[in-house]
Design a protein around this ligand. Structure first.
Ligand code: NAP
Ligand code: MG
Length: 504
């Protein structure tokens, strides 16, 4: 067999014919047959509050509708909690901490967490369908990402519950007591898992409020807690709008509050709780830069950019909503992005082929529409995915803006929708300066062939997560959280657990 060297030497240096790049034509060629998901989400027509291990009617006597944003149809009625209900939830959590959960050895808490994780896995498809119906995200995401990751968080923290002496080497840790938690609508079940799993593993008890538009999987999760035999009061769910969230966070009982949501609400919480001794974590907004250098593998980078901003309709706090691309490859990257947008499937979230589903609510759709209009008005160049959008429901075309400058609102404000703003840079320092020139600091992406540059960028970028040659990768072992106005505290990993503990 000829050696590689001799093969190389003997190969004549034939000039490769340069063929012009084929003009890409997408359209009917790419139509797929409908592939609707058919599993039964087992959604009840009405959900009560979950307090002290049981579903109880709200003292307000009022219920509000949860709708499917893909077609605006009502899917369930959800209880509206009042302050008396929030009081009852905290009383139950306090009792559970004092009498059961706070006294259980870690190995016993672990058994419950493992049971919860396995029960969620058993009902994974059902939960994925419910998540998609209630929130509008594509079924392939809730099926392949949200639900498995939620289960993974319970498995991971179950593993910690009997090993807490290693969570802070050299120190002894203890639970804080009762914690109050409020979560947003973009990853309803996953944010619930990020909040509950570390709190419970550490031995705390919880009162949690999901977002008004996405309470269904939270209340279905209460069924899992019942099935797992979790002692009553360890976890309590109160549902309703922002005012219920304010009641949860401002209540005198919790030793710690954890909030994930917008920076505006986060600031308000800080104002109201200024001077309080409560421990806090705030996971807030983002305006991440995805930075593409000239030596990056461009096709992979384009996939990463698309995943970074169009994943979950851009309803992602760490979305790569700003693309910083080196001037020399900007035109090539833009052309590739446009081609990719032409074949993204936007529409029915329940179709297994859908890439971009429904916007979560009419209010969010209006916010995205207004910010995109501001980009057009400011003179940025707009490109939108072609094709037909469903006539009912809330949808927005995947959108890219080129020719964006740092002063444009679309470069500074969190849009929280499928909208990418493209800026260019010439030098590494300019890329760092532009990436950090934001009030936020949750995440960033770097695309380059050079390891040394990845290390430099990850040191210089003021962001809680820096992904290199990939984007939107998550793992329960890895702490997640922000710099600056993206908040403080971490979720995930050892650091996330410590945020639910006190050192003795
Ligand atoms: P939001 O309006 O701040 O709402 C978040 C949660 O807080 C919801 O449950 C909301 O209730 C509740 N709430 C509203 N006003 C409140 C108040 N005054 N006091 C206490 N709770 C209140 O945010 P969103 O629009 O739902 O979510 C999107 C935001 O979340 C984005 O900014 C995104 O970046 C951020 N986010 C951050 C992370 C992270 O890890 N850093 C993760 C996901 C999302 P209602 O929904 O019922 O009004
Ligand atoms: Mg809904």
């Amino acid at each position: 067999m000829p050696s590689l060297a001799s093969k190389n030497q003997s190969a004549p240096a034939r000039p490769r014919p340069r063929r012009p790049a084929p003009a890409l034509i997408f359209g009917d060629l790419w139509e797929f047959d409908p592939a609707p998901e058919t599993a039964d989400p087992k959604i009840k027509s009405r959900y009560d509050l979950f307090i002290n291990g049981a579903f109880v009617a709200p003292k307000t006597g009022v219920y509000f509708d949860s709708i499917n944003p893909a077609n605006e149809e009502k899917i369930a009625e959800i209880a509206l909690a009042g302050t008396a209900d929030v009081d009852a939830a905290y009383a139950a959590a306090q009792r559970a901490f004092a009498t059961t959960w706070g006294r259980l050895p870690g190995r016993d808490r672990a058994k419950y967490l493992y049971r919860i994780a396995r029960l969620l896995q058993d009902r994974a498809r059902e939960f994925a369908v419910a998540e998609t119906l209630d929130g509008g995200k594509p079924i392939k995401e809730s099926r392949d990402f949200d639900v498995p990751m939620a289960a993974a968080h319970f498995f991971y923290h179950a593993g910690w519950a009997d090993k807490l002496e290693y969570v802070a080497p050299g120190a002894r840790v203890a639970p804080l007591g009762v914690v109050g938690q409020v979560i947003p609508w973009n990853f309803p079940l996953l944010m619930l898992a990020w909040k509950l799993a570390p709190a419970l593993a550490m031995g705390n008890t919880v009162v949690l409020k999901p977002a008004e538009t996405t309470s269904v999987t939270c209340l279905k999760f209460a069924e899992i807690l019942q099935e797992a035999g979790l002692p009553p009061g360890v976890v309590n769910f109160v549902t309703g709008p922002g005012a219920v969230g304010a009641a949860v966070l401002q209540h005198p009982t919790p030793a710690k509050i954890a909030f994930t949501g917008s920076t505006a609400v986060g600031k308000e919480i800080l104002r109201v709780l200024a001077g309080s001794t409560k421990k806090m974590t705030l996971e807030l907004g983002g305006k991440a830069a995805n930075i593409v250098f000239a030596d990056a593998p461009l096709d992979q980078a384009v996939e990463g950019i698309v995943n970074g901003i169009f994943f979950n309709q851009g309803h992602v706090c760490c979305a790569g909503s700003r693309l910083l691309v080196h001037e020399s490859v900007a035109a090539a990257v833009l052309a590739k992005l446009k081609n990719r947008l032409r074949v993204l499937r936007v529409g029915d979230p329940m179709d297994k082929n859908t890439d971009v589903g429904a916007i979560n609510s009419r209010a969010q759709l209006q916010k995205i529409t207004a910010l995109v209009a501001s980009g057009v008005q400011a003179g940025a160049e707009l490109f939108q995915a072609p094709g037909q959008l469903p006539t009912k429901g809330f949808y927005f075309r995947p959108t890219i803006f080129s020719g964006v400058t740092m002063s444009h609102r679309i470069a500074r404000e969190e849009i929280f929708g499928p909208v990418l703003s493209i800026l260019t840079f010439r030098t590494v320092d300019e890329a760092i300066e532009k990436a950090n020139n934001t009030a936020y600091g949750l995440s960033a992406g770097v695309w380059t062939d050079k390891g040394s540059r990845i290390l430099k960028m990850s040191t210089e970028l003021k962001a809680g997560v820096v992904w290199a040659n990939t984007y939107n990768k998550f793992d329960p072992t890895s702490p997640f959280g922000g710099y600056k106005e993206s908040g403080f505290g971490r979720e995930g990993g050892r650091q996330g657990l410590l945020d639910y503990a006190q050192r003795l």
